[in-house]
Design a protein around this ligand. Structure first.
Ligand code: CS2
Length: 495
């Protein structure tokens, strides 16, 4: 038998998929676009787009027009496939494929700004959702409001009719809709920020007020910004993801993404122009999302950040490797326990069971989630994940050990050099500032701690000035620098 070496055909709307692959069960071409999504990366494709795919199967005009604010890569991979892509779901028990049909097309803002504004102002657009990462909002950590000097805000404030950042785009789209008598949309933040709807509302409100006070008032009265808690572990796609998609479906797919079986979405039900039946995909609608957000940010993301910094320096490439390291896995569990102690009861959730699920999700042997991926953007992630619960713990007189270990590991990571002498990029928007602060301080733990605790806008005075916090962080950083991360992890795990 001759084995063909020809490449598989590219996935498209005319592909006949194998019965083992879940495919869109609705007429895509007949559905209108009800959602414009800003930031069409892997997480959106593994999460909201999948719920929307289920909702479309249940009826309604909720196709998604994706927008990339910077890179054309997603559009260039997805558009030739008619917006279709394979979701590879990797569980401990096996792998499955699903082709998702909810994305109609992806626009690239720098390449086609008019098409983006046309989508945002179209009467059929009822929701504008966002996954642009924490750093995409132009949030001033000191005030919780708009940072007017931020790279994604300042140019748009200077030229608000030609916005490039998410907040500027939303404000200009709402200005045009109002001027044209088109009803507003709901703005739906899906990033890992606490009170993410309120945060977006404030940023949009401040930006709009700076452009036109009346517009600001109109937005406050007519636009809603529901908060959401989003959860699905989604590593960056690799060649292995694309190869697996092709193996499972028989079609070449340059836009495939991979994810875990678990998925969760809790949404505040406050939409001004209707919404998809996301319940069809298992979304939960709640009147108050805050307890779920806090739980997820502190227990999942907080433990993630802790294990990313300590694990990366200890030589673990993936989260699953961390979970096979008995001492570090104990610290992951300890961190979750500490985080749980800062939470009020979460409706319908048993925190012990939630923690057990998190531990097994982290240990999923089929998911290759890089510690280096999670380590990025630390200055944007630390406040909600580690600093807020540390302050709550300080106030309650509890043990700061788990947070001090995590903060020390982040500080060690900030040195930008691993224990073999290899340099790496922090991939943090404040990387240059951190490098300038730490230059030449390689093993001077006291100065490193002093300087990073004083990084403007990061550690609030209440925590930075608490002697027990400073001591707890410095003694751990000292061990990490003098004895190495391995020894630091072991001594910490011994308690
Ligand atoms: C991770 C998150 O990269 C990170 O910072 O902590 O992306 C995490 O995987 C997701 O929030 C899980 O829902």
């Amino acid at each position: 038998m001759v084995v063909s070496s020809a490449r598989a055909t590219r996935l498209s709307a005319s592909s006949i998929l194998p019965p083992s692959t879940h495919a869109p069960a609705y007429d895509r071409a007949a559905r209108k676009t009800g959602i414009v999504h800003l930031g069409t990366g892997a997480f959106h494709k593994a999460h909201q787009a999948v719920y929307t795919d289920d909702a479309l199967a249940a009826g309604g005009d909720w196709m998604i027009a994706g927008v990339s604010l910077r890179s054309p890569d997603v559009a260039d991979a997805l558009n030739p496939q008619d917006g279709l892509y394979t979701l590879v779901v990797r569980g401990a028990e096996g792998v499955s494929a699903r082709v998702v049909g909810s994305i109609a097309k992806v626009l690239v803002a720098p390449r086609e700004p008019q098409a983006v504004m046309a989508a945002l102002t179209a009467p059929e657009t009822k929701i504008v959702s966002l996954t642009i990462t924490e750093k995409g909002y132009g949030l001033d950590p000191k005030t919780g409001g708009l940072d007017r000097a931020h790279a994604s805000v300042a140019p748009d404030l200077a030229d608000p009719r030609r916005p490039a950042g998410a907040v500027g785009l939303i404000v200009e789209a709402l200005r045009l809709r109002r001027a044209r008598g088109v009803a507003p949309f709901t703005a739906l933040c899906c990033d890992n920020l606490p009170h993410n709807g309120k945060v977006l509302k404030r940023l949009v409100g401040e930006f709009a007020a700076a452009v036109d006070a009346e517009l600001g008032e109109w937005i406050a009265a007519n636009v809603t910004f529901p908060s959401t808690m989003v959860d699905r572990i989604t590593p960056a796609s690799t060649e292995a993801t694309l190869a697996e998609a092709e193996r499972l479906t028989g079609f070449e797919d340059r836009a495939a993404v991979e994810t875990e079986p678990f998925t969760q979405w809790v949404i505040e039900d406050d939409f001004v122009a209707g919404r998809p039946a996301w319940e069809a995909g298992g979304a939960i609608f709640a009147t108050d999302v805050a307890p779920y957000e806090k739980m997820k940010l502190r227990m999942l993301n907080g433990a993630h950040s802790m294990l990313a910094y300590s694990g990366y320096i200890a030589g673990h490439q993936y989260v699953r490797d961390v979970m096979r390291d008995a001492a570090l896995a104990r610290l992951v569990a300890r961190h979750m326990d500490a985080a749980a102690r800062t939470l009020d009861p979460v409706p319908g959730v048993d925190l012990e069971a939630y923690k057990a699920d998190l531990l097994s999700r982290f240990a999923n042997p089929a998911i290759a989630h890089q510690t280096y991926q999670i380590a990025m953007d630390g200055t944007q992630k630390l406040p909600q994940r580690l600093i807020e619960p540390a302050i709550a713990t300080l106030r309650a007189g509890g043990s700061l050990d788990a947070y001090a270990f995590a903060a020390a590991a982040w500080m060690r990571y900030c040195l930008g050099m691993d224990e073999t002498g290899q340099r790496y990029a922090l991939r943090d928007p404040r990387e240059a500032e951190i490098a300038a602060l730490l230059g030449g301080l390689d093993d001077d733990s006291a100065s490193i701690v002093d300087r990073l605790l004083a990084l403007p806008g990061l550690f609030p005075h209440e925590l930075a000035a608490a002697p027990e916090w400073r001591r707890a962080v410095q003694s751990r950083l000292e061990t990490m620098l003098a004895d190495g991360m391995r020894r630091a992890i072991e001594s910490e795990a011994r308690g």
